[in-house]
Ligand binder design. Structure first.
Ligand code: PBG
Length: 325
């Protein structure tokens, strides 16, 4: 008889044989920024996540920084009255995200700041690209994404993260940044981003739900596998530094394939709002221990092959990792 139970006799032994270890360095914490002062507004769809004005954001980052988290992802959330068909506020100089980036860089120069680059939070119709004759126009959207990325990069973002799923977006952004003298800003591309039901809670947080139709003409169909590898390969060729699979917990097979196919590229996975809230809702109903389920889900994402994980759990996990040691 082959004996396996000797690997599991007690905590010390189980720890010794463990092969996957989550670290605070692996985590990227998302923020939703709004205009104003002293704003810390509950987001009802996304537990323990807030709309923060820049002053309150800086306070919160102090906590994040003390926990040892060194990477954040920023989403701007603007008033509906400022949204229009060409998403002007996405690339207006000194816009909300640029001011937030400058303020963070000033106070926390060590932090790696990643900004989401997508038009959906800024267009009046809520689509990720320009709508022309009721269609999302890929090529006409590219210059707008490029200008948005440039605005963020100029403000000091370390990475810009295009998430619109427009073809050629990485190349367009890379070229535009170089043409305008920006050579040190990285691109984290949302390369394999599926049209997922699990983004539901986010759309309230970002106030970016599409007013008509859905995102299935640009985000990937969840019945596809091979396209994800092609998307990632193309983004790397176009100049992406880091690539992403999204969602994460329900797409572990895609993460694993991406890891095998691109062993030398930093692979990020996004545990999205619905994946987060599913655990929270089940824990609130008493179906399981939320902390333990969180640990299991995030470990699975890393076990599948992700180098870094974007997660609303970053603070909670970092706290747990500190208390363990
Ligand atoms: C913007 C964007 C979305 C998410 C990240 N960037 C929403 C979407 O594509 O509809 C989802 C993140 C989450 O659900 O936590 N395009």
């Amino acid at each position: 008889m082959k004996r396996f139970r000797k690997y599991r006799t007690d905590q010390r032994t189980r720890d010794e044989y463990s092969e996957v270890l989550l670290k605070t360095d692996d985590l990227i914490y998302p923020y939703f920024i709004v205009e104003g002062k002293f704003v810390k507004q509950v987001i009802s769809s996304l537990k323990d996540v807030y709309h923060l004005s820049i002053d309150m954001l800086l306070k919160d980052i102090e906590e994040v920084n003390n926990l040892g988290i060194n990477k954040i992802l920023i989403f701007g959330v603007i008033d509906k009255s400022l949204k229009d068909e060409t998403a002007k506020m996405a690339y207006a100089p000194d816009n909300l995200v640029s001011r937030a980036v400058k303020a963070i860089k000033n106070k926390f120069p060590e932090l790696i700041i990643i900004t989401d680059v997508c038009l959906c939070g800024y267009t009046d119709h809520g689509h990720c690209g320009l709508v022309i004759d009721h269609e999302i126009d890929n090529d006409k959207t590219l210059p707008f994404l490029s200008r948005m990325a440039y605005t963020h990069a100029k403000a000091g973002a370390d990475f810009v993260a295009p998430s619109a799923m427009m073809d050629g977006q990485v190349k367009a952004i890379r070229t535009y940044l170089y043409q305008n003298g920006i050579t040190n800003t990285g691109i984290l591309s949302y390369s394999a981003k599926y049209a997922s039901n699990f983004y539901g809670p986010f759309r309230e947080a970002a106030q970016s739900a599409p007013a008509f139709g859905d995102r299935r003409t640009y985000q990937m169909d969840f019945r596809t596998i091979r396209q994800s590898l092609e998307e990632i390969k193309t983004d790397i060729e176009e100049g992406a530094d880091w690539v992403m699979v999204k969602p994460a917990h329900t797409y572990l097979d895609i993460i694993q394939r991406a890891r095998q196919e691109f062993p030398d590229t930093q692979l990020v996975a996004y545990q999205v709002s619905g994946e987060y809230m599913m655990i929270e809702a089940a824990a609130d109903s008493g179906y399981f221990d939320g902390d333990k389920a969180m640990m299991e889900a995030l470990t699975a994402i890393k076990r599948a092959g992700a180098d870094k994980v974007i997660t609303y759990y970053a603070k909670k996990l970092a706290r747990m990792l500190i208390n363990k040691t």
